[in-house]
Design a protein around this ligand. Sequence first.
Ligand code: UGA
Length: 344
Amino acid sequence: MRIALLGGGGFIGSNLALHLSTLSQFEVTVYDRDAAKLQQRFADSSACRFVSCDVREDAPALASAVSDADLVVNLIAHVLPKQFIGTPLEVVELNLHDNLRVLEACVRFQKRILHFSTCEVYGKTGGSSEPFREDLSDCVLGPISNHRWIYSSAKQMMDRIIHAHGLNGDLDYTIVRPFNFVGPLMDWIGPSEHAVPRVFASFMNALLEKKSLPLVNGGSSRRCFTYIGDAVRAIATIIQNPEQTRNQIINIGNPGNETSIAELAALMRRLFEQQTGETAASDDQYVSGDEFYGKGYEDCDRRVPDISKLHTLGWHPEFDLEQTFAATMAYCRKNHAALLALPR
Ligand code: UGA
């Protein structure tokens, strides 16, 4: 099976490419606009093909990437909450408009697409304590003035258009919804004053710089973190089961790994001290969402996936919360110099 990974130089794409290339039935081509990123992330790998091109700007390159593949995996996205707040129109441009061009190419060339949606599509819990279910849960978003939700809305629109193509009978798709994947090559590790990455990288940067960990609105929000190694196995399982996953939306997450962000800060501080023998800065720093991200931020209070669909396919997560963060933190410490040199 020839697989085109579009936007494949990022966190999920690079881990997925390296995993798929260990499985003999797949021939993987990674497309990314950032050639330097491809070179650094895949320096040791001869198992994938790489094409440096911007499929958003280059229609012939997109047509050839899609027409040459049996399966298109679309990972092109802006995914950082700081971007949702800081550059909302760019978020819509890429996550909706540019992605529609990928979708149109898949329809035109009649290619199966594995499209990456997001757990953000579910929005807030709206008072429910039930795990999010792909075909049953409501999507509950805040007001327009809280423009953090622009990303969720753009991704939701993509999901709805893909679903409508399925109803039309002109597209074979699977939509996946990742729930807070963590692991090597996530976001960036680097001086914290230059960036507002997702929570793992933010806390790791603070620990490495001996600073307090910033707890947005006190860290009461809850997430379920999923180790990237478990996640790429889940994605491979979906790819290997095209009949069962045809025209389905599938959550990928680990409901057993639920934690509040304040508890996560305590866990990462403890692991850092265990791994380094050094003392971490002791106090967490309370920071409001508006101060940390900018005006318009509102948080998802709790995100728990229902993963019955993946259970039916025989997939189960293996890394518990402590193993997930211990492995990722050890990787970051060991590769700190190389990570600092990675393109932002
Ligand atoms: C982000 C993106 O919005 C989604 O696109 C993506 O699917 C998701 O990550 C994911 O990784 O799957 P979010 O869960 O809000 O969503 O991710 P983080 O930025 O890692 O934030 C998690 C929680 O930690 C939030 O409550 C945030 O306010 C808090 N946080 C973040 C802190 O308390 N301190 C920090 O330094 C950073």
